[in-house]
Design a protein around this ligand. Structure first.
Ligand SMILES: [Fe+2]
Length: 565
């Protein structure tokens, strides 16, 4: 049985066959628009071609929102009814994939099926937070877990608690819009001069440079009310009911001072606001964890929703919450809802037992050596074939070169995890500035991440709990700050990826070769893209980015391309 899952906001598609994930990809990787929210036409085509089927062979198409909710009476204004277009938008777009004479197609009902000459498509709408929860729990290693979802808005809900057991999710609490941590986060992001719902991680990076001067003020902005089990936001501070470009009110400005505009200098006040806000939302989420652990009596937590992309917060949850194990899906943001909706339907609705654990995140397009060679030939570049690209790449990294590392199938999530990565020597204290200057052209305060062999994680980090998807920030051991300075953030932490031989043999081998040369089992890993561009997907995009930036060498499959100077 094939189930295709779609999401529309960080648009993505995923396909499962008999309960096993086959493919998943974000539309931005194909249309080259960062955080694309277009209908995922190309991602759907990619999923179908990877499965080797046409759309007519799908048993179900599931969509990770419930537009029926928009038809319900609501206490707030029409401003929040911003997803009712899904009622026509999804079936209309699906018709594109059928082909043939469109006059023979007819929408039989709003959420059931599209009939056409040769058959029908069965469409199911899955509630948004159920999609988040299913994408976290049903693919996790846990038989039982508490589940927490937190985002900006999903079917009028902004946070939800579940108990997950076997193939069932049971909701045990929620917060309704407009009390939304995700929207507060977006408003603070905008207040600090960044793009809401896009640049939140810049606020997280900036936070490492500030102090807690504004913490008490943020304590009056957002809290978790444990008596009712819901988030509470001071609504006087935010523009929720009437849509305006500015997400915060004059009351917020009176409290925190004037907003920063995008090209304004970053001052200590901005850094202190970022740091105070980061600490406040961490503390609120820790309160939520304490409440949820008491309510469910579970040891394991699955965490999902856009807020779960805050890896600094996730590290504290693991370290300080009552939960002993924490699992965060690599696409905890809305793109992961595409596969979450698939597993919700397969496990919860159809009642199938769970048989799939997400051990890695390499669900996107891959390219053979022949396909890579063809692109290189057509680009008229000089290249060489290597029997052992891992050891050659390791030598170049140890020689202080920045390399492009393009291997296997692309990552589905926002983080490059060693298949579409730029790699460099973490021992060089100037490496961060070097990469920012020559390649990434991004803000000085954003850290680069360490990829560490699982066998050596405890030598470098104070927490040994594995972090395969770069969703956790842990303190770096003090005696290693001077050993790997390029990947230690200003607050002494690192957003690590634990690399295992099983999940990514080639990447593991590269780091091991680097270790043999240098004695350090860590490399600097950042995504293979220029600033504000989606991560490269195809060999052609890799070649373009390679020649448009200061990357020294490019390794694609078994081929190496070296710049003459
Ligand atoms: Fe969401």
């Amino acid at each position: 049985m094939y189930i295709l899952g779609l999401n529309d906001s960080n648009s993505a598609a995923a396909i499962i066959k008999d309960g096993e994930l086959i493919a998943a990809a974000r539309e931005e990787r194909f249309d080259r628009i960062k955080f694309s929210d277009s209908y995922p036409t190309k991602a759907v085509d990619y999923c179908l071609s990877t499965a080797g089927i046409g759309i007519k062979e799908l048993d179900y198409i599931v969509f990770a929102w419930n537009p029926g909710h928009e038809l319900e009476p609501q206490c707030s204004s029409a401003a929040v009814r911003d997803h009712k277009h899904f009622l026509h938008y999804i079936p209309n777009n699906l018709l594109r994939h059928i082909g043939g004479d469109k006059s023979n197609k007819r929408i039989a009902s709003i959420d059931e099926k599209i009939e056409f000459n040769e058959g029908e498509l069965s469409i199911r709408f899955v509630p948004h937070h159920h999609s988040h929860a299913a994408g976290a729990f049903f693919v996790s290693p846990y038989e039982k877990a508490a589940i927490m979802t937190i985002d900006g808005y999903g079917d009028d809900i902004t946070h939800k608690f579940f108990i997950g057991e076997g193939n069932k999710l049971e909701p045990v609490g929620k917060t309704l819009f407009p009390h939304s941590m995700g929207h507060v986060y977006a408003a603070v992001t905008q207040f600090l001069g960044y793009r809401a719902n896009s640049d939140e991680w810049k606020v997280m990076g900036l936070a490492a440079y500030g102090n807690q001067d504004y913490y008490d003020r943020f304590a009056k902005v957002i809290r978790f009310d444990k008596d009712v089990g819901e988030l509470r936001v001071n609504l006087d501070l935010f523009s929720y009911y009437i849509w305006t470009p500015r997400r915060y009110t004059d009351v917020f400005i009176n409290m925190f001072g004037p907003e920063r505009y995008p090209n304004d200098e970053i001052t200590d006040r901005h850094m202190n606001i970022a740091a105070s806000f980061q600490k406040r939302i961490e503390d609120v989420v820790l309160d939520m964890c304490t409440y949820l652990a008491e309510k469910t009596d579970m040891d394991n937590l699955c965490f999902s929703g856009g807020v779960a992309m805050n890896s600094k917060m996730n590290g504290r949850i693991l370290d300080e919450s009552p939960f002993s194990k924490v699992w965060v899906q690599p696409s905890a943001d809305d793109a992961g809802c595409s596969l979450g909706a698939c597993f919700y339907y397969w496990n919860q609705v159809l009642g199938n037992d769970r048989s799939f654990i997400m051990e890695h995140d390499y669900w996107g397009p891959g390219f053979s050596d022949d396909e890579i060679k063809s692109v290189l030939d057509n680009s008229l570049v000089s290249y060489e074939y290597l029997e052992n690209p891992e050891s050659e790449a390791a030598k170049s990294i140890a020689d202080n070169k920045v390399i492009g590392w393009f291997q296997g199938r692309m990552e589905h999530g926002q983080r490059a995890l060693g298949n579409r990565s730029l790699l460099a020597d973490p021992r060089d204290p100037k490496m961060k500035d070097k990469i920012n200057g020559l390649i990434k052209h991004r803000e000085w305060y954003r850290p680069f991440a360490p990829s560490v062999m699982e066998e050596y994680q405890g030598d470098y980090f104070e927490i040994d709990h594995h972090s395969p998807f770069m969703q956790m920030v842990y303190p770096v051991r003090k005696d290693k700050h001077d050993v790997i300075p390029a990947v230690v953030h200003n607050d002494g932490t690192g957003r690590l990826q634990t690399v295992t031989k099983v999940a990514n043999k080639r990447y593991w081998k590269l780091i091991d070769e680097f270790r043999k040369i240098t004695g350090v089992a860590v490399v600097l890993d950042t995504s293979f893209n220029d600033n504000d561009e989606p991560i490269v997907c195809s060999p052609k995009e890799a070649v373009r980015t390679f020649y448009g930036t200061g990357i020294h060498e490019l390794y694609m499959g078994n081929y190496r391309i070296v710049k003459s100077k």
